[in-house]
Design a protein around this ligand. Sequence first.
Ligand SMILES: [Zn+2]
Ligand SMILES: [Zn+2]
Length: 170
Amino acid sequence: MIVDLANIEGSSHPFKFSVPADDLDLGIENIRFKTAASASGEITKHIIQTDISGIISAEAEIDCTRCLLPIEKNLAIDFDVSYVAEDEFAEESNAELEAGDLNTDVLNGDRLDLKEVVREQILLNLPTQVFCREDCKGLCQKCGVNRNLIDCKCEEKEADPRWSALRNIK
Ligand SMILES: [Zn+2]
Ligand SMILES: [Zn+2]
């Protein structure tokens, strides 16, 4: 959804749209979207900057960081970003700009692709680690089984000194 900021009447402009799961294409393997991402919010035009705030929601399936079991997650992301035209960004004297504002992005021209904003915000706000349960044992480093389901005893064999003692008897 492309918004032409030059055509926005008044200072505030509400938006509501959804991005189909197939279009989200985050380039991340361990997450799959089960629904479209719906986004709603408001674009507010100021003299120098344009603020976009809103909420994005989607249902996704994210693999457990330890054992790779898919877990259903409802994503609800509140976001607040500002865009400033390129030439304004260069001028440090602008009172509206706060130095070091990480949420401020440079806008090229008057066109803003809200779909890209949504994609970017989802990427920025994805949980870095997801666990199927707090004490997930993960996959065995030796034999690869899911240690929540199978007690493969690999670790025990490693740790038990009696085994190495037995191995030494030939
Ligand atoms: Zn797990
Ligand atoms: Zn094992």
